[in-house]
Design a protein around this ligand. Structure first.
Ligand code: NAD
Length: 290
């Protein structure tokens, strides 16, 4: 397939490389990042998008997505697939999809979960919003770049699924970390805490698969000095998107709001920037009540 790929950063580069490795003809564009091996460089986003069967974008935020979409939509022929895999606000995803549909394109918002490791290994999960035809057009590529693609409904629903999932993740990580900090102060060993909770009703992905306590449970960023993994900065971005969506939809999300405030404090006023989001454990551990 002839594919355009715009945004070849930490995530986009390995995703594009996997498409090349599967035998696809990939043309790329990025304002700063180098082209991965095997990707043909275009001089502009519009040039990368012209004459392709599917165009994929993997960009930092909704504002940049809107700007890039304005350049590439006129360059694409009707019937072209347009898969945006960035994590952006639901409103931008729906606005871009509406413009693309008006131009006869097949847009799908398809943010991913799985991080840089999943992008490199081709094991991402895609959560997609768009028409059946748009999903069908991009699905073979999702199968190469990932291990699972869920069609979540119309445009914007992929982003909705992503931010709801990550709101659970942020809240659960904080809950897991504060329980460890409390258990420590109660004299309970971290191993005993893990052995009980990981097999009891307090279990979760953050406890069982990504334990924030070093040396406990499976290997996780906690065992590597809290190097990301999934950086606190990115968690804060996704939590803010969840609160922006909650505001727009008039949904009451008190725990999501509290998690957003805590990660904002950690990233912007403490030493959390650049650390894995599980570094919330040493942060809580070092503090006292009040
Ligand atoms: P990144 O900053 O490494 O990559 C973004 C790329 O977009 C950069 O190379 C940048 O130069 C390029 N870019 C910016 N403006 C552009 C423009 N106008 N035209 C062309 N290229 C442009 O970010 P990333 O980690 O690859 O993340 C990309 C998206 O994936 C984000 O929306 C992020 O929230 C999401 N995401 C990231 C992770 C992760 O673990 N890194 C996990 C899941 C989802």
């Amino acid at each position: 397939m002839k594919i355009g790929f715009i945004g070849l950063g930490n995530m986009g580069a390995p995703m594009a490389a996997n498409l090349v490795a599967a035998g696809h003809d990939v043309t790329g564009y990025d304002v700063a990042a180098p082209m991965p091996q095997g990707v043909t460089a275009a001089a502009s986003a519009a040039e990368a998008a012209a004459g392709q069967e599917v165009v994929i974008t993997m960009l930092p935020n909704g504002e940049i997505l809107r700007a890039v979409a304005a350049q590439i939509i006129p360059a694409m022929a009707p019937g072209t697939g347009f898969a945006d895999c960035s994590t952006v606000d639901v409103e931008s995803a729906r606005a871009v999809a509406a413009e693309a549909e008006a131009a006869g394109l097949l847009p799908v918002d398809a943010p991913v979960s799985g991080g840089v490791g999943g992008a490199a290994a081709g094991t991402l999960t895609f959560m997609a919003g768009g028409s059946d035809a748009a999903f069908a057009k991009a699905e073979p590529l999702f199968e190469i770049m990932g291990q699972k693609a869920v069609h979540c409904g119309p445009s914007g629903n992929g982003q909705a699924a992503k931010i709801c999932n990550n709101m659970i993740l942020g809240v659960t990580m904080i809950a897991t970390c504060e329980a460890f900090a409390l258990a420590d102060k109660l004299g309970l060993s971290r191993q005993a805490m893990f052995d009980v909770v990981s097999t009891s009703s307090g279990y979760s992905w953050t406890m069982n698969a990504y334990c924030p306590a070093p040396g406990i449970g499976p290997i996780s960023p906690a065992d590597n000095g809290y190097q990301p993994g999934f950086a606190s900065d990115l968690m804060l971005k996704d939590l803010r998107l969840s609160q922006q969506a909650a505001e727009a939809a008039d949904a009451d999300t008190p725990m999501g709001q509290a998690a957003t405030e805590l990660y904002a404090q950690f990233v912007e006023h403490e030493d959390g920037a650049g650390k894995d989001f599980s570094a919330m454990l040493p942060r809580l551990e070092s503090r006292r009540r009040g």
